[in-house]
Design a protein around this ligand. Sequence first.
Ligand SMILES: [Zn+2]
Length: 206
Amino acid sequence: MSTIAEPPRNARCPCGSGKRYKDCHGALQPPQVAGVAPLLEIFDYARAKYGCDMFVIDSLMRLGIATDDYNGQEKAVFSLIDWTLKHGVHTHLVAHARKAEKGAGAPETEDVKGASEIANNAANILSVWRNRRLEEEISQADNDALKKQLAEKPGVILNVAKQRHGDFEGKIGLWFDQRTYRYQSSHDRGQWDNRRYPISTERDAA
Ligand SMILES: [Zn+2]
């Protein structure tokens, strides 16, 4: 993650209050975490201090909610939704997929692991699925022509499994670019966008 630069302590606060930064938003302190309620306090802080409107939670399990605690997961999801709606922001919850049968393809709504309320109450569900079988076929291809032909098939499927307020649900084929750690929308490397974000976390340029 990149760091957001702090304004000088005695400069005017960027919020436009006219006060010094140290006497205004600079005085806000991040609260301590563990569980959904403290997490939402941190979110309140990030929203107030930095105007953040995009929040990502890397799974409920990280907040100490057990994989089989369905009631806890349900409660957590409802408080996240309440908070998100109240502030008019976006909250992304990383969920895991149930173990799929071999060859099952990209996960769908019903494949979201945990309480069914997670998938039922999400406005949008996106799954990113790596086609490992194709990766294997490419690595085992015994000639370059076949390798090239297989590499034209998308190695990653982005499945828009649910979009409550939109008009598109369906699958989009993508190609993963190992060099920039980005997904590309064409198999044609000549069309790949080679920019890297953010500069400070650039992977080795080799
Ligand atoms: Zn301020």
